[in-house]
Write a protein that binds this ligand. Structure first.
Ligand code: ZN
Ligand code: ZN
Ligand code: ZN
Length: 144
């Protein structure tokens, strides 16, 4: 946590107390959380905080490079992970939204050359895989 605050100060950002509470929730969680889950948890400390405020702060924290949004199944399905290790990607379960880290990046120099040829200044990229997790594969069998 102190490391994150130091990094933000370096970049000229400051962490408001609400933002700090959000980062803390994500840090303490065993799994990446959705905005709604983060909101429910932060509300215990800040009863007046709105879901919109949480969304806004999550966007800012993602822009700051502190949180990675995972999953693109509408904004309610997006889960946030603390940037904890080297750049990596995720596989997301289409049924329950749980995700796993894939510690590999398939983007290579050839691809970057093609991207640069577009004339755009590249900021970041995401690569996501979608599937059905082991738990959901099993519950499916139980329901049928
Ligand atoms: Zn699942
Ligand atoms: Zn990850
Ligand atoms: Zn990558």
């Amino acid at each position: 946590m102190n490391e994150i605050i130091a990094r933000l100060k370096e970049q000229g950002y400051r962490l408001t107390s609400q933002r700090k509470a959000i980062v803390l929730r994500v840090t303490e969680a065993a799994e990446p959380l959705t905005a709604i889950l983060i909101w429910q948890s932060v509300r215990q400390e800040y009863p007046n905080i709105s879901l919109d405020t949480v969304y806004r702060n999550l966007n800012v924290l993602a822009e700051m490079g502190i949180l990675i949004p995972i999953g693109s199944a509408g904004k309610d399905g997006v889960r946030y992970e603390l940037v904890h290790s080297a750049h990596h990607h995720h596989i997301v379960c289409v049924k329950c939204g749980q995700s796993r880290c894939i510690d590999y990046c398939p983007v290579n120099q050839d691809l970057l050359d093609i991207v640069h040829a577009s004339g755009y200044d590249l900021i970041r990229h995401t690569v996501e895989f979608f599937g059905v997790c082991a738990v959901c594969q099993n519950t499916k069998g139980a329901l049928e």
